[in-house]
Ligand binder design. Sequence first.
Ligand code: GLU
Length: 551
Amino acid sequence: MTDTTTERIAALLSEGLTLRSRAQIEATFPARSLPPGAEVMRVPPSPTGFVHIGTIYAGLVNERIAHQSAGVFILRIEDTDKKREVAGSVARIVEAFDYFDLQYDEGPIREGAYGPYFQSQRGDIYMAYALELLRSGRAYPDFATPEELQATTAAQQAAKVRPGTYGKWALWREKTDEEVTAALDAGTPFVLRFKSTGSHEKRITYEDVFKGRMEVPENDLDVPLIKSDGTRLPTYHLAHVVDDTLMRVTKVFRSDEWLPSTALHIELCQALELTPFTYGHFAPISILDKNGGGKRKLSKRKDDEANVEFWIAAGYPVEGVKAYLLGLANSTFEDWYRSNPSVSLSEFPVSLEKLAASRAPLLDMAKLQDYCKDYIASLPQDEFNKRLIAAQTNKDFKHALEVNADYTNKVLEIERTGEKPRKDLAKWEDAFDNYAYFYDQLFTKDFAPQILAQLEDIDTKTVAHACAAFLESYDPADESQIWFEKLKAAAEKCGFATDNKAFKANPEKFVGNVADFARIVRVKLTGKNRTPDLTAIMRVMGIDRIKNRLQ
Ligand code: GLU
């Protein structure tokens, strides 16, 4: 192409944009003054829907690597695909980062010196680089129509060769100036493509932080650099190379779906005379398929757990989730966590070697819940109360907790200390199930109906009889031992076996055994089959409430 034609194309691409030269741009993104060894890390989500828990995982790892080296952590919004963008997604990303306390130094709201941090606001920057590639002969306009591209794909299928725009399949790669001029004169739309000089037959090597030495074919694809959707925004390839260079990112950690594009990114860097990046490609979080399908990637569509809203709505404690995710990233975390119970998670030194070894992190919800249960159980009483109440979304329950403050304090203290403190809350949402029955209105509405189901194997007369017998001897002042002796006596009086052997030998001689008797009392009082120690519960409930429920 002649210079005139090249400039005609450049003018069309940059129409209406105020472009600076590459040198001018680079002067505004100087090297950062950071201590030696400081890492500049980034997480660049696209605002195309809900926030994936994998983004939080990546955020946690990148944030740690940045901050533990006195470096910088950037949150970049990759909003170049306007068709896939979903309104409100940016706010969701920012909220999720705040919720999980992932302190980014630069990004939306926290403007730094290397912004804008929205790619859609950096269009002129990418264009300067795209035009440089055009002018140096490393980019060309492709006027192929969608039909022509389809025909190429069909021909590639028939010839059983790789799909894509490369070599002889790149229709406009070697066109003459006359042909290009004619297409321009006709006003034919075009897309700006990279002109690769690579060969698929040759191989290159690079060092991946997580995967070690990689040997891959050279890139030979002539990928689009600028989108042809009218926005003139860059494709991911150009945007990644330009932004991570200008923002002075020191390590690019990204999901291994980008692994096949790495040779292209290396070639793009070379074409622009930029230093290629240090990459780390990690496997996405996987999950065990609930229908027995084995281990598979966490799916946006199938798994609620993929969406951080699920975690936030249920009130999983951030600290528990983060602790679990750190354990996924580094196998040494668990030991560190156990031996440093009161140290902030941000003190844990994330190791890249350990991260590399944690191949495909598996989300084990049972284990995660254990982390959260331990965390909630470890909270001091005051904080536990405050956070539990603040997190309730059921208005009636929240109101009940708040208006009966003294009663609530006693309720929430049950079995939180001692040798085996209770661990029945994995998330704040679980509080309803475990505490709402203490409040009469909620008990009547939400728990009393369950009583019928849970005592359906015992006839109502027996239930009434058992409750009356129990109440008759109950004294709130009794210690647990005496309480139990009295319960046994009442059970015996009602025809229940107090000796399990005797019961097993002749079950037909008894109404049930003492465990059945205790179950009646427990279920009538709480609507539940399993609760913490009943004597403690009864002491807090008070005699009037007990009578009310047992009569
Ligand atoms: N916006 C890209 C994505 O969401 C970022 C990939 C990267 O980390 O470079 O997949």
